[in-house]
Design a protein around this ligand. Sequence first.
Ligand code: 2P0
Length: 327
Amino acid sequence: MTLEQYLANTLPGVTDIKDVSRAFAPSNIALCKYWGKRQEEFNLPVNSSLSISLGNLGTETSLECSNTDILILNGEELDSSDPFSTRLFNYIDLFRPPSIKLKIETSNTIPTAAGLASSASGFAAVIKALSDLFSWDLSDQRLSEYARIGSGSACRSIYHGFVLWEKGEKHDGSDSFAHLINNSWTDLRLAILDVCSDKKAISSRDAMNRTASSSPYFTQWSDIAQSDLALLLNAIEEKDLHLLMKTAESNAMAMHASMMAAQPTILYFLAESVEMMHKVWACRSSGLSVYFTMDAGPNLKLLYHKDDEAEVLKQFPDAISVNPFVT
Ligand code: 2P0
């Protein structure tokens, strides 16, 4: 089945269009990473993944019917040839009647200094706003499926708290969506260590495809992801923060190991990333329970118990702390 056929079968009709709609979606950080696709058109993953959303840090998007398509990102109008604009409107074209033109205003509530502006919250916010604009009232499951089509990790940004993206088995992705898991445990805190916010040399999309197609460790990575996910779900169930943080750190390192073995190699670590890792490990040796995770970039995200926040920020004064449970 093609993407167009799948959408034709599942999208409600457009009968009632509001003038304006607004939506917010949080950024998310994976504790068990999504890395590798089994199908590209629908962004279907090889492995299930688990994330924590970043509370009130994410993307706010408003849509307004207009005579022509306009995209304003963080207060500045983007040229229609801008790659982000092209990608976003190509996505929106899948869902809107061709006669509908939109003025889109989208802004990130995450501090730019955190270097975390991600496509995940952007696509999640836009599909929520489209659902509202067309009075579709889509379920969270459907929103998550549709967000995934924009960007895989966007399917997790539909929710707050701990979120599990089930990889699913079907060709049309109808069983590949995210859902909430136990949300009543709020001890975890994060802090973002911005090592470098420059545009990366290789996008995460290209990097994961290259890893899947050329890394001899890719099969091991997906086996590790599966066993790490079980450990993380157990850690959440048992409220075992140490197990959660330890597993998240080793999962991130396993993902990076799989990409380092790709051809040509992919290395997102900068010298300062490695320096910060050693600092985290030194803190642990001296009794401070702090761990890290890393995504497709050089920045570290520290993980720790809320009671350790003051000490973590003393050790890492430039870190930007996030309470993922404040919404
Ligand atoms: C994650 N990342 O689980 C992993 C960890 C980056 C490292 O999901 O091609 O931008 O749009 O589906 O969602 C980044 O990948 O990729 C990502 P596409 P996406 O958060």
